[in-house]
Design a protein around this ligand. Structure first.
Ligand SMILES: Cc1cc2nc3c(=O)[nH]c(=O)nc-3n(C[C@H](O)[C@H](O)[C@H](O)COP(=O)(O)O)c2cc1C
Ligand code: SF4
Length: 210
């Protein structure tokens, strides 16, 4: 984490991701399911974010107070006693209290397959839409259609949208969307084959059309 933080000063912001979101070790700590498994007594949300507070303190000491640190966090652990959209706002507030500059909302299964219909898109919206925090909210996961994304930005407190797999398939998509030369919907079919390459230590690539 310290190496990540030092490297981050060469970029424009630091994102603590894949460490608190998804199914990584840190992601289990803010939730309650890890405690249930170890039969420990219930611990307050404030204490559950202690490790994030400690990381934030060290990271801010390296990058300085004006350097934005974004945290990607699960809004839904999809396990009994884990973080769930209805209990997530309280935990998110505690995470914000640690000094993070923005929250990127994700979940325990961040890479959902087969997003075929508009109602399948933006699949962590439920957790994100319940937040009332004083830092920007980013929503990542299943953002596919410009029309749907614009509607989300106009009608909610969500300020930014994260897009991952569609950019593996079409890295120039944001530019073409801006120029109006791309279709409304990304052509990624959410098959997750690009993630398989990463599992084998390769650079991610889209398997369609090859
Ligand atoms: C090849 C690949 C690598 C990823 N690596 C990370 C990672 O290191 N950390 C992380 O938090 N999420 C990672 N993700 C998840 C994405 O950031 C994102 O949350 C997820 O793909 C859902 O967004 P999408 O529907 O736009 O793809 C990865 C996804 C893919 C496809
Ligand atoms: S392999 Fe291509 S189509 Fe499949 S999820 Fe990855 S980018 Fe999308």
């Amino acid at each position: 984490m310290q190496k990540d933080t030092q490297k981050a000063t060469r970029r424009e912001f630091l994102k603590i991701s894949g460490k608190v979101a998804g199914a990584a070790i840190l992601s289990g700590l803010p939730g309650t399911h890890s405690q249930a498994a170890s039969a420990l007594p219930a611990v307050s949300a404030e204490k559950r974010v202690q490790i994030i507070r400690s990381i934030m303190k060290k990271a801010k000491a390296v990058v300085g107070p004006d350097f934005p640190i974004i945290i990607k966090i699960n809004s839904d652990d999809i396990v009994p006693q884990g973080i769930q959209p209805d209990t997530f706002p309280f935990l998110a507030q505690e995470v914000v209290n640690t000094g993070v500059d923005a929250l990127d909302i994700s979940g325990n299964n961040p890479i959902v397959k087969d997003i075929e219909h508009i109602e399948d898109e933006s699949y962590f919206f439920d957790g994100a839409s319940r937040l009332d925090v004083n830092v920007p909210i980013i929503l990542t996961g299943g953002n596919r259609s410009v029309s749907h994304m614009e509607k989300l930005l106009k009608t909610n407190e969500i300020e930014f949208l994260g897009v991952a797999r569609p950019l593996i398939r079409e890295p120039d998509l944001p530019k073409r969307w801006l120029l109006g030369t791309a279709d409304d919907r990304a052509t990624c079919i959410s098959c997750n084959e690009c993630f398989r390459a990463v599992m084998y230590g390769e650079t991610a690539y889209c398997i369609l059309d090859i």
